[in-house]
Design a protein around this ligand. Structure first.
Ligand code: IPM
Ligand code: MN
Length: 353
């Protein structure tokens, strides 16, 4: 297979983990005889500094022309405490999602048996937890009409039937391939937009008789996720709720540095870690590259390269088993491995297999 990859490394630890993701993808491609080419493009604070735009037209073009985007992270503290900043790195991410039509964000929450002790939750609760959160990504409050005055401000949580239908469809498709349980997370006791979600879901459910559909208020879901994470198989929810719940979900596995995601829709799909740019760690070679590397596995699986994806996952598991880990998940007397060392160990593993 021929694949054109747009590489958007972004800010903070982005460039360091990006290199490891690219190296892993290249190693897999060489092993299986695929032809992968890369084009790097600017985004985030790095792009603001260079061309005053967090998602420049040139970057958009490179993304459009690619088969997939391997994205790392954006964000820079110099913008965080400045509410009057005209452009922010995060706007680049939002622009990318909107312009590429990436309405479905798939965030798996998985646990690794050898890391269970790192989870803030009790072992017996976490072991075996394995669910997917499907977050609507181009609607809701993020993109609804806004007003920002000195004495009044608002964001509008607007959803159309079409937007709800297409994301629920993604939810059902995942549920069909998994344990056939879909939980629609909303706030239908209060919000009109949530009532539309619920209505549409109730209409669609009979089309998927094999799937058990249930509904849960978001406040309850946030509690259930830590009380009984194994309850969930696939959850589907609106943009803002999904943003919050997936951060919560990322704690379950013990480190944010472990979880990948895929954003798909009408344009080029994007594969990225769910963690941010961790500016304090920039250049220190301590960031965990696994979320980025697992994003490569998701990328391969998206193109139906299942064996290739499985090899990446196997290599990641092997690195954990061998205690080749970055500091935040290393065992007490384990050796020191940095971003590069973990990434290259995985590359070598893939080459040897
Ligand atoms: C995420 C991030 C983004 C979001 C930010 C950086 C705009 O938190 O991908 O979850 O809120 O969607
Ligand atoms: Mn978030």
């Amino acid at each position: 297979m021929k694949l054109k990859i747009a590489v958007l490394a972004g800010d903070g630890i982005g460039p360091e983990i990006s290199v490891q993701g690219v190296d892993v993808l290249t190693a897999v491609a060489e092993k299986f005889g695929h032809e992968v080419s890369y084009k790097s493009a600017l985004c985030g604070a790095t792009a603001i500094d260079a061309v005053d735009d967090p998602f420049p037209e040139e970057t958009f073009k490179i993304c459009q022309e690619a088969d997939a985007v391997l994205f790392s992270a954006v964000g820079d503290p110099k913008f965080d405490n400045n509410p009057s900043a005209k452009v922010r790195p995060e706007q680049g991410l939002l622009a990318m999602r909107k312009k590429l039509g990436l309405f479905a964000n798939v965030r798996p929450v998985q646990t690794f048996d050898c890391l269970i002790h790192k989870s803030p939750l009790k072992d017996e609760l976490v072991r075996g937890a394995d669910f997917i959160c499907i977050r609507e990504l181009t609607g809701g409050m993020y993109f609804g009409e806004k007003h920002e005055g000195d004495d009044m401000a608002y964001d509008t949580n607007k959803y159309t039937r079409e937007e709800v239908e297409r994301i629920l469809k993604v939810g059902y498709e995942y549920a069909l391939r998994r344990r056939k349980h879909l939980t629609v997370v909303d706030k239908a006791n209060v919000l009109a937009s949530s009532r539309l979600w619920r209505k549409v879901a109730q209409e669609m459910a009979p089309q998927y008789p094999e799937v058990t559909t249930d509904f849960m208020y978001v406040d309850n879901a946030s509690m259930r996720m830590i009380q009984e994470p194994r309850f969930f198989d696939v959850m589907v929810t609106e943009n803002t709720f999904g943003d919050i719940l997936t951060d919560e979900g990322s704690c379950i596995s013990g480190s944010m540095g472990l979880l990948p995601s895929a954003s798909t829709g009408t344009g080029t799909p994007v594969f990225e870690p769910i963690h941010g740019s961790w500016p304090q760690a920039k250049g220190l070679n301590i960031a965990n590259p696994l979320a980025q590397i697992l994003s490569v596995a998701m990328l391969l699986e998206y193109f139906n390269l299942m064996e290739e994806g499985a090899l990446v996952r196997e290599a990641v598991d092997a690195s954990l088993e061998a205690n080749v880990r970055t500091p935040e998940i290393q065992v007490a007397d384990g050796a020191k491995y940095g971003t590069r060392e973990v990434g290259q160990w995985i590359v070598e593993y893939i080459r040897r297999r």
